[in-house]
Structures are given as C-alpha cells and as structure tokens.
Design a protein around this ligand. Structure first.
Ligand SMILES: Nc1ncnc2c1ncn2[C@@H]1O[C@H](COP(=O)(O)OP(=O)(O)OP(=O)(O)O)[C@@H](O)[C@H]1O
Length: 214
C-alpha cells in the first residue's frame, strides 16, 4: 500500500500552502485518476508521493516504511517531457538498463525498435523518447507508477497503444497506477476511480474527503 498521510507542503516559508492536509492510499493494482486545471497542485502531490519533495508535515510510506533513498525507487514518476528525466549523453540502450534490464516483450509491445538502442535521445522523436522513458519504469521493481500528463504530447494512436500496454503490465504485476491528466475523457476511459479537484480550491480544507482511502 502506498500511503500519504496528512501532507502539507509549500514552496517557501512565506508562500501559501500548495498542499494542505492531504491523505490518500493506493493499493497494489489500483488505477486512480487525478484531474484538475493548472495550478491545483497535481504535480506537487505527485512529487510528494514519489519522494521527490519532502512534506513540511505528514509522511509518505510504502508498506508502512519510508520510501528508500539510496536504492531503486519503487514509486516511479513519469512526466510529459521525457528529455527532463533522461541523460542526454547516454545512448538509449544504457538509458533503458539504468534501473532494471527491460523485458524484450515490453519493448516490443511499446513498439521500441532495436535500431533506436544505439542512438542518443536527441536522435529520437518526442513520442519515441517517451516510449523509452515508459519502458524504463515498467519493470518488476516498480510497485507504483505516477503518470503526470504522460501521454499529453502524443497523437491519439500512440496514446491508445501506450495505455493498453501500461494497463496490461500494471494488471500483470499488480502495479498501482496514479494517472494525472487534464483530459477527462482519457481518465474516464482508464480509471475506475477518479478525483476531480476542480470542485474544490486548494485552500479549502475539504479536498481530503474526495481522496480515496482504503
Ligand atoms: N518550484 C516552485 N516554486 C514555487 N512555486 C511553485 C513551484 N512549483 C510549483 N509552484 C506553484 O505551486 C502551485 C501548484 O503547482 P503544480 O505544478 O503542482 O500544479 P499542477 O496542478 O500540476 O499544474 P499544471 O497542470 O499546470 O502542471 C502553482 O501555483 C505553482 O505556481
């Protein structure tokens, strides 16, 4: 279980709280959507859940323990722009093997061509590079995947292909998925449970009631 308990976060001591008293729990194999317009703190919440940011108060635990700081992070976060998460000086082959060797069937399913492996990131298109970024985290060590606008820059066909593969693998590996998107249709299609943050304002205290707990 990935558990966030009573999280508070702000980007500076004199700035307003971006995240206030938020709690949520995600079980293995759950698929949960988070939807809200720009600025409601979706990415901040994602970063807190993945341990990229530390809450001012509250904590995030995986099976009742803090997230590991030195070993592979079982809570992986994939953003819209793969360039930001990928070392531009590494060839694709090395990027894919950084955490855990990728399974050949995952590369095939995502349409990753063997001819890409010897190239550098700038020698792939944005959509091709995003597939590499996704393949990199779809390994058995990833227990929870947070997809923050992960397919927003892709065409409809590539988007459909990627989600089919990701949902299949998540089901097989009992990986929990948190899908953040502005696209209500996408979330309705993918997520049995969905949080719509547009009905609240970040400073209002009732957001908690919308978050699923188990
Ligand atoms: N590094 C930062 N320093 C200061 N303020 C920040 C920082 N990052 C985000 N913020 C602010 O925190 C608030 C929430 O930002 P966040 O990126 O979490 O929202 P979001 O809902 O994901 O938005 P978007 O859909 O545009 O990505 C915004 O008001 C933003 O300006």
């Amino acid at each position: 279980m990935l558990n966030a308990e009573n999280l508070w976060f702000r980007y500076g001591t004199h700035l307003p709280w971006t995240i206030q008293e938020k709690s949520m729990a995600v079980a293995p194999g759950d698929v949960i959507g988070i939807m809200a317009p720009s600025g409601f703190g979706k990415t901040t919440l994602a970063k807190l859940l993945a341990g990229y940011l530390n809450p001012a108060k509250g904590n995030v635990t995986l099976d009742d323990k803090p997230l590991p700081k030195r070993s592979y992070n079982p809570v992986q976060l994939v953003f819209q722009n793969p360039e930001l998460a990928i070392n531009p000086r590494w060839r694709i082959d090395r990027i894919l093997r950084e955490g855990h060797p990728p399974l050949l069937r995952h590369l095939d399913a995502l349409g990753i061509s063997s001819s890409w492996l010897t190239r550098y990131p700038h020698e792939l298109s944005g959509g091709e590079l995003q597939r590499v970024a996704i393949a990199r985290v779809l390994n058995p060590q990833t227990r929870y995947l947070i997809a923050d606008e992960m397919t927003a820059m892709l065409d409809a066909n590539t988007q459909a292909l990627i989600w089919q593969v990701v949902l299949n693998i998540a089901r097989q590996q009992q990986m929990g998925l948190i899908i953040i998107s502005h696209d209500a249709r996408l979330l309705n299609r993918l997520c049995p449970k969905c949080l719509d943050l547009t009905h609240t304002h970040p400073s209002e205290p009732n957001l908690d009631e919308m978050l699923p707990t188990y």
